[in-house]
Design a protein around this ligand. Structure first.
Ligand SMILES: Cc1cc2nc3c(=O)[nH]c(=O)nc-3n(C[C@H](O)[C@H](O)[C@H](O)COP(=O)(O)OP(=O)(O)OC[C@H]3O[C@@H](n4cnc5c(N)ncnc54)[C@H](O)[C@@H]3O)c2cc1C
Length: 450
């Protein structure tokens, strides 16, 4: 195939690497973090510097292939056939400016490194729950954080990027220099160019306080109602995540947790203890375990149980415009059905607060959405996938009645497009910006609707 000889010739000019399908190690290199996704790219590049990136862009043009930046593949959706995947590991600068309340990170940096660098400073990052998700992939696709009610989406906090365009131009872009491009970069992912670094606002949080309360599954509906009622007047400084867990009864899990169900509420306040919430929860159910007190994103991250090694996983997400009693009861009835065992956890995040007042214009928004849900279906080797597919479909049916008109791109699952995140006018605007920044469509179209 002609494109392979063009790419083969180009790689001799690289300081980094470019693996092609016949090369040893290609099969490992092409795998995304989410091992459930199969992707068959034309090549996998790990550029060493900006010069390498420019060489790759030229080679892609000459070879007639596209470039798809994929730092980790947490958001992989499986449609990269014929693209060259670019991994940004070498772009690993991290500079914290506490006076300005900002951080500048290379696009290979993962959130865990930023959280670590900020520990004890009185500032926190608008990071998601996983320390191994890349700052770039999360922020460019929206990003809902532990602190989103306090500070908005990750992308609302994106001040500027350094971006390589398809014409080889590398420049700093902000709202003054190109407001349309910045609007698109706040949510549309990598369809405009290759971002090499990002400048992000930090969140002032001098007194982070956290609580995690665990209840039996039988208390879940009452506890959810209590949290829902409290959400109406909750201060923006209070961030709440609920989780309904049912550990599957599979031999791959340790005996002591296999088949167990429980419900947790995790609260994080940037403004001291959230006593009102805790007392409402204690009235709503029997607390089996409570941990509360001053905390930090580093401690939360360490105890979050998020997988750090590449893991296969499937799921469904839903953005809801309300959580009424019927929806809570419907969700719990669904949860109790034995055949829904493949769904291990349902994460339910309280929205509102700063999400209703984004500080910058961006494609991604959770304005007008009240709750963000994610149902996780782990993939266990040897366990058939059909029951998981049926449970995902069942979950989507249960929540459909209260579906909000849009969600955030980081919560899209494979097969879903940006149409779920913005109206037709916004998608048209994205296409116009893309036509200007990448007229040859050299960068992979990602989740843009085909
Ligand atoms: C375990 C787990 C926990 C998660 N927790 C959260 C959470 O709390 N909140 C949340 O909002 N999301 C969460 N997510 C979703 C995750 O934030 C998104 O999938 C995100 O896009 C992943 O970014 P990545 O770079 O790690 O993944 P990738 O799949 O490698 O990248 C995602 C996309 O970002 C774009 N991109 C990345 N870097 C660049 C660049 N340098 N230049 C141009 N484009 C680029 C590309 O379009 C790419 O397709 C979670 C996902 C997992 C698997």
């Amino acid at each position: 195939m002609a494109y392979l000889s063009v790419l083969d010739a180009a790689r001799r000019a690289l300081r980094g690497t470019l693996l092609l399908p016949e090369d040893q190690g290609f099969d490992d290199a092409r795998r995304p973090w989410n091992l459930a996704i199969e992707q068959r790219p034309a090549g996998v590049a790990v550029p060493a510097d900006l010069g390498d990136l420019r060489t790759l862009v030229r080679a892609a043009r000459d070879a007639g292939v596209t470039i798809a930046v994929q730092p980790t593949g947490h958001g992989a959706s499986g449609d990269l056939s014929g693209a060259v995947i670019v991994r940004m590991d070498a772009f690993d600068d991290l500079e914290v400016d506490l006076e300005a309340g900002t951080v500048r990170v290379g696009s290979g940096v993962r959130w865990g490194a930023v959280v670590e660098a900020l520990d004890g400073t009185g500032w926190v990052a608008p990071a998601g729950t996983s320390p191994v998700v890349s700052v770039a992939g999360y922020t460019l696709c929206g990003g809902h954080s532990w602190f989103s009610r306090t500070a908005g989406l990750g992308s609302d906090n994106l001040r500027a990027v350094w971006m390589l365009r398809s014409d080889g131009e590398h420049e700093r872009v902000d709202d003054d220099s190109d407001p349309d491009l910045m609007w698109a970069l706040r949510g549309a992912g990598g369809v405009m160019g290759i971002v090499t670094a990002l400048e992000i606002d930090l969140v002032a949080a001098p007194a982070v306080w956290g609580a995690e309360l665990t209840f039996g599954a039988g208390d879940a509906a009452a506890v959810m109602r209590a949290v829902r009622d409290l959400a109406v007047d909750a201060p923006s400084s209070l961030n709440v995540f609920m989780n309904s867990m049912r550990m599957p009864d599979v031999p791959q899990l340790p005996e002591e947790i296999r088949g167990r169900s429980f419900f947790t509420v995790q609260a994080l306040s940037t403004n001291g203890p959230a006593e009102l919430l805790v007392s409402a929860l204690v009235r709503a159910g029997t607390v089996q375990r409570e941990v509360s007190g001053p905390t930090s994103p580093r401690l939360i991250s360490e105890s979050s149980g998020e997988p750090t090694d590449p893991t296969p996983g499937r799921g469904a997400s839903a953005a809801l415009s309300s959580l009424d009693d019927d929806m809570i009861d419907g969700l719990m009835r669904f949860r109790e059905q034995p055949e829904q065992w493949p769904i291990m956890g349902i994460d339910i995040r309280m929205l509102g607060g700063a999400l209703e007042r984004p500080r910058r214009a961006g494609f991604a928004t959770l304005r007008g959405v009240e709750w963000l849900l994610h149902a996780l279906v782990p993939v266990f080797p040897g366990v058939p996938s059909e029951p998981g597919g049926a449970s995902i479909a069942g979950f989507s049916d249960v929540v459909a009645r209260a579906a909000a008109p849009h969600t955030v791109p980081t919560f899209l699952v494979p097969g879903q497009t940006l149409e779920r995140c913005g109206q037709t006018a916004s998608i048209d605007r994205l296409r116009r910006v893309r036509t200007i920044t990448d007229p040859e469509a050299l960068f992979h179209e990602g989740r843009l609707p085909r």
